[in-house]
Every structure is written in structure tokens, then in C-alpha cells.
Design a protein around this ligand. Structure first.
Ligand code: ARG
Length: 461
């Protein structure tokens, strides 16, 4: 027997440089466990369809288990000439059980096999990512206990805008990561359609039962067009995009906290275990982990470009280009997973510098918009109220005072609708009592959302 699966029709040996160029075992060996799962289900289906005997099936399934154990112990020697994980496992099987092993690839090609492996792998990965995202959300929700009374300036254009409860910030990230989790769940629908049985590209003349394979592997449906199967990597492109959006969310958070750790902001102190010093400047504590979370998002974004560019010019059905799909996915997955594993500890252990925050909290006219809303509530048209408050802000700026420092008479000179109760709309602490719309950053609205999130996370598990 030739060492190559296609030896029958070939006269010349493959150039070793071609073997080195075309191998994928250096990166697809991580599909070993799912390849074995897929093969065992395939063997069981072949048996039910009368293509293998019960004894042959038992030999195949048991030997595949042994091969799986050998691989997990790191004992399998990867050989470039065996190309990929599928050939390694099949040839190990044949080496052990001979002709019975040579029957496993019945009604199957590596084209539908690799797609099935990938889908099983992606499906498992989606579950892991969902768990990591839930942990990160939990870390943000747990922070809400610590920061319950803290008010922070909210920014637009990175300029001080309106005050919000600190917890409003934490829950904003929970919302983003919730959408990420929903996207992963949605992606799973496309992942969970069985490719196996499409064979090379045309299906098979043998009497297979693809529904049974789907049932055995936990797929919800069977892919209905064999040409589409071997070219379809939509599920992978989606998964990589979903990963890229997670990393964009992580990057934005990292950037915000990097800023907050600067002397200029002074809002946040990171735990020592998650910062690094400088080899020359003794006073430095650098937010390197956050910077790398921000920096690594570039890789994941590039992975989206890679997979789309890989796919865009391919005719139906399988083309070898597709072998490169795994590189993009594994890189995106590993990168995001590494970030998600570190993020919760940083979220839990960073401390807001409440004194520094409070010392400057009344700067920047964070109450201007609420003062304008007070005027609206007294019947002043919005645009006129905007103008009145704008002028008051200018007056305060030139006198270097706050809106709350103006006397009632001064305020009434600016607008005769103003009454003594205006005091309740001035000053940051009052503003967060007044912000009350659903989803707002005000005290009560945020407290309600904290409770809702806590319940949601315990419900979700
Ligand atoms: N290693 C290959 C890949 O990842 C497996 C499929 C090979 N199929 C083929 N017809 N050469 O795409």
C-alpha cells in the first residue's frame, strides 16, 4: 500500500518541498478530538446503514479512542508526508486494524470531514467564549457593589458632558458583551448544520443516513446541497467577525481605562499584578495588559480580512485555499480567549480613585443640560432654554464659578421662569437624582438595572 491516500494513480513521489508546503498538520492537529468524534459517529451511521458490521464498528470506535488517548498524551509523531490530522488518524487506525480501518472513509471525503471537524470545534469554542463573556459580565456586575455611590463624569468627544453613576459605565460593558453573546448564539445556528455525507462534492451512491449522523453528533439539521457544503465557510467567517467585535469591545474598554489611569485623569488605579514597571523610570506603573488587549484586537480584525479575502475568489466546491481558514480562526480564537481570561481580574481588582474624581466632579458644567431641562419643565421652549443656559455658562466661565454658585436673583435675571426649586437641578449629586428615564445614568434607574443584571446573570448561569 502506498503511504499516500491517493497513491493508486500516481507514478512519481511527491517532492518533499511540496509536502512541506501543503501540510496542515502543524496547525490542524488541534482538531484531533473532534476528528475522532466525527469519525466514530460516521462509523456508527455506516453500521446502521449496513456498510460496516457491528464488529468492524466496535473495532474502529475503540481503536479511535486509543488513538485519541495517544494524541492527548503527546505520543503521536506528526509527519509532514501525512499532510493533515485526518490522514494521521486514518493511517494510525489502518496501522492497528488493517482492512477494517480502510473501510472508515466509506462515503466520506476529507472535504466534508474537515468542514464537520471545524463545525464541531467552532461549536465547542462558542460555548467556551460564552462562558468567558458571562464571567466578564459578572465581574462588572460585582463591581457595582463597590462603586454603588460613585458618580463619574460622562464624556462625549472625550469632553465632560453629563454626570452618570459609575455603575452605569460597568453596565454599559455588560450590554456590549451581552450582544456579543447573542451574536455567538446566532452564529451557532449556522454552525450546527451537518456537512458530513456531502462526500467530495456530489454526495454518494452508497445508502447513507445523514440524519442519523446529525443526531449522533448533535447537529440540528443536515446541509442540503453537497456542492455548497465543501465550499461553505460562512460559519467560520461569522465566528471570526463575532470574535473581532468582542475584541473591539475589549479594546475600547482597555483604552478607556488606560486613559483613566493617567495622572491627567487619575480616576483609576490598576492592581500591581496587572501592571508592569519600567526598566529605567522607577516611578512608572504601566497598563501593559490593557495596552496589549487593545493592541491584539488588530490581529483579530486582520483575521476577518484574511478569511473574507480567502473566500472571495473561490468557485464551488472544495479548493485547497480553504485549508488556510483554520489559521484565521485559531488565531482569532486564541487571541480573544487570552484577553477574556485576563479581563475579569482587572475589572474586579481595579479601584476608582474616588477622592480624585470627586475633587473635580463639579468642573465642566455637568449640570448644564439638567438646568436646561428644568427650564423646559417650567414651559421654556427647548431651544430658548439651551440659549439661556449657554449664556449662564459663559458668565460662570468668566467669573470662574459653577452654575450652582449663581444667586437665585442672577438666575432669575437670565430667565424669569426660574424659581427657588432650581437648586434641585444644580450640582452633580442633584443631577444624578433627576436623571430618571429608563436606561439613564441616574441613581435609581441604574440601581434598577444593576438588580436586573444580577438576576439575569444568575438566571443565565
Ligand atoms: N487539510 C485539508 C484542509 O484543511 C483537508 C481537506 C483536504 N482535501 C483535499 N481534497 N485535499 O482543507
Amino acid at each position: 500500500m502506498s503511504a499516500k491516500a491517493w497513491g493508486g494513480a500516481f507514478d512519481e513521489k511527491t517532492d518533499p518541498r511540496v509536502e512541506k508546503f501543503t501540510e496542515s498538520i502543524s496547525f490542524d492537529s488541534r482538531l484531533a478530538a473532534v476528528d475522532i468524534r466525527g469519525s466514530q459517529a460516521h462509523a456508527r451511521m455506516l453500521t446502521q446503514s449496513g456498510l460496516l458490521t457491528a464488529d468492524e464498528c466496535r473495532q474502529i470506535v475503540e481503536t479511535l479512542d486509543l488513538i485519541g488517548q495517544e494524541i492527548s498524551r503527546g505520543e503521536m509523531v506528526w509527519k509532514t508526508e501525512l499532510e493533515d490530522i485526518h490522514m494521521h488518524i486514518e493511517s494510525a487506525l489502518i496501522a492497528r486494524i488493517g482492512d477494517v480501518g480502510r473501510k472508515l472513509h466509506t462515503a466520506r471525503s476529507r472535504n466534508d470531514q474537515v468542514s464537520t471537524d471545524l463545525k464541531l470545534y467552532v461549536r465547542d469554542s462558542l460555548a467556551v467564549l460564552d462562558g468567558l463573556l458571562a464571567e466578564l459580565q459578572q465581574a462588572f456586575v460585582d463591581r457595582c457593589e463597590i462603586d454603588v455611590d460613585v458618580v463619574l463624569p460622562g464624556f462625549t468627544h472625550l469632553q465632560r458632558a453629563q454626570p452618570v453613576m459609575a455603575n452605569h459605565y460597568w453596565l454599559a460593558y455588560c450590554e456590549k458583551f451581552q450582544r456579543d453573546r447573542e451574536r455567538l448564539a446566532d452564529c451557532r445556528k449556522r454552525v450546527n448544520v451537518l456537512p458530513l455525507g456531502a462526500a467530495a462534492l456530489a454526495g454518494t451512491s452508497l445508502p447513507i443516513d445523514r440524519q442519523e449522523t446529525a443526531r449522533l453528533l448533535g447537529f440540528d439539521a443536515v446541509a442540503a446541497n453537497s456542492l455548497d457544503v465543501s465550499s461553505d465557510r460562512d460559519f467560520l467567517a461569522e465566528a471570526i467577525f463575532d470574535l473581532s467585535l468582542i475584541s473591539v469591545h475589549l479594546s475600547g474598554w482597555a483604552e478607556e481605562w488606560i486613559l483613566w489611569c493617567t495622572t491627567e485623569f487619575g480616576f483609576l488605579k490598576l492592581p500591581d499584578a496587572y501592571t508592569t514597571g519600567s526598566s529605567i523610570m522607577p516611578q512608572k506603573r504601566n497598563p501593559d495588559v490593557l495596552e496589549l488587549i487593545r493592541g491584539k484586537s488588530a490581529r483579530v480584525i486582520a483575521d476577518v480580512q484574511q478569511i473574507l479575502t480567502l473566500l472571495k475568489g473561490l468557485p464551488l466546491a472544495y479548493n485547497r485555499d480553504l485549508q488556510e481558514d483554520k489559521l484565521a480562526f485559531f488565531d482569532a480564537l486564541d487571541t480573544v480567549q487570552a484577553c477574556l481570561e485576563l479581563a475579569p481580574s482587572i475589572v474586579r481588582r481595579a479601584r476608582l480613585q474616588v477622592e480624585t474624581i470627586n475633587a473635580r466632579l463639579e468642573e465642566g458644567f455637568l449640570d448644564a443640560t439638567t438646568l436646561m431641562e428644568y427650564l423646559i419643565s417650567k414651559g421654556v421652549p427647548m431651544r430658548s432654554g439651551h440659549e439661556v443656559v449657554g449664556k449662564l455658562v459663559r458668565t460662570c466661565e468668566s467669573r470662574r464659578i459653577k452654575l450652582a454658585d449663581l444667586t437665585l436673583t442672577e438666575l432669575q435675571q437670565a430667565c424669569d421662569k426660574i424659581e427657588a426649586d432650581v437648586a434641585d437641578s444644580l450640582g452633580v449629586r442633584n443631577v444624578v437624582l433627576r436623571l430618571s428615564s429608563f436606561g439613564s445614568g441616574g441613581r435609581d434607574a441604574v440601581a434598577e438595572r444593576v438588580a436586573a443584571w444580577r438576576q439575569r446573570l444568575t438566571g443565565n448561569g
